[in-house]
Design a protein around this ligand. Sequence first.
Ligand code: SAH
Ligand code: CA
Length: 248
Amino acid sequence: MAENVASQENQVSKHQEVGHKSLLQSDALYQYILETSVYPREPEPMKELRELTAKHPWNLMTTSADEGQFLNMLLKLINAKNTMEIGVYTGYSLLATALALPRDGKILAMDINKENYEEIGLPIIQKAGVAHKIDFREGPALPVLDLLVEDKNNHGTYDFIFVDADKDNYINYHKRIIELVKVGGVIGYDNTLWNGSVVAPPDAPLRKYVRYYRDFVLELNKALAADPRIEICMLPVGDGITLCRRIT
Ligand code: SAH
Ligand code: CA
């Protein structure tokens, strides 16, 4: 289901009716954050990509500007150099990552759809002078991860992995990327509060796609909390991001 682009488009147009993306109770407070701290410091290429993506029909999938700023800061704080991103869309979080990494930094980026990245994000990323850090692979992420895990030389080599694609595969991704991230490295699972639906009562009138993925998100959140190989921290940034620091 998640790999079907037509159904995805349908999902996103439904998502647009939801309105704002922040989980903050007050829209005014969220606007305050954006206008005071985020937009004034947003790098020009990220602004350009954000504004271009806003015109795209699936724009509600994009990472929000405050989350982009958060990722950029986090990557610098942990001195990330070798990273991975699952789910690129037009490349806003990818650009936030590419700008944070040192010149010889690397990002293995995967998406089943390359048009949005190549047509919208890539020209801006090239202009920003960071395209050389990105190794983009078109196709489903799971088989790529399987190949990486097969070769023991890849184990424990990633400083940071951002997971932002098909929510029904997050547990499958976790099984593999836990081997690939370094001890002390970080995995970020995005959308772990799933539009606030994680606390919706059983009879809540949820949109079909929200309801469908909700169970997978709930299951993931429980599994991460019970996983002794990681320390976790769930942040209400964007649609919820759970940071997992590998400890063994
Ligand atoms: N991080 C992006 C948003 C990603 S949206 C940003 O900042 O804008 C989710 C993306 O996951 C979509 O582009 C979709 O094509 C991709 N996707 C869906 N299923 C996938 C899969 N099995 N493997 C890789 N990518 C997938
Ligand atoms: Ca997301």
